[in-house]
Design a protein around this ligand. Structure first.
Ligand code: BTN
Length: 136
């Protein structure tokens, strides 16, 4: 959310120095606007995952649904509208080329997050009740 707000007020944090409402309403604005919602959804799955024996499955599901499905649906729909492309053209330029890399990153992020959560549980990160007697 902070990232999107910084773009909204004109801070140049996007590639090529693009920023402001022009960037948010431009062809790739749908992806950018979807990111805070994606982050929230991924976090929701991560919270559920910590109560499971095998958190990696839920972490991966969160990355796929929040990080890919949601971002691609909003991003491609807006790209199609803003750049006057057919849905097929928008998918061909704004989804398919990125899908293999994003799928790999979703798997890698889930595996890494599960490993980190094992030694550093999210409750501890958030300063919530943490059982110090628990053995690793
Ligand atoms: O710089 C911008 O204006 C936003 C770029 C958005 C790129 C999208 S996000 C989903 C897909 N995966 C990528 O690696 N790139 C596209």
């Amino acid at each position: 959310m902070i990232f999107v707000l910084l773009i909204g007020i004109g801070i140049m944090i996007l590639p090529g120095g693009r920023t402001g409402l022009g960037a948010l309403l431009g062809p790739t604005g749908g992806y950018i606007v979807s990111w805070p919602f994606a982050a929230w959804l991924i976090g929701w799955f991560a919270e559920k995952a910590q109560q499971r024996d095998k958190p990696v499955i839920l972490l991966l599901l969160g990355n796929l649904i929040g990080g890919i499905l949601l971002v691609y649906v909003v991003g491609v729909a807006w790209l199609s509208h803003a750049a006057h492309l057919t849905l097929k053209q928008a998918l061909a330029t704004g989804a398919f080329p990125f899908l293999p890399g994003d799928l790999l990153k979703a798997v890698a992020a889930a595996v890494i997050a599960a490993g980190v959560a094992k030694v550093y549980p999210i409750d501890r990160v958030l300063g919530r009740e943490y059982d110090t007697n628990e053995t690793l």
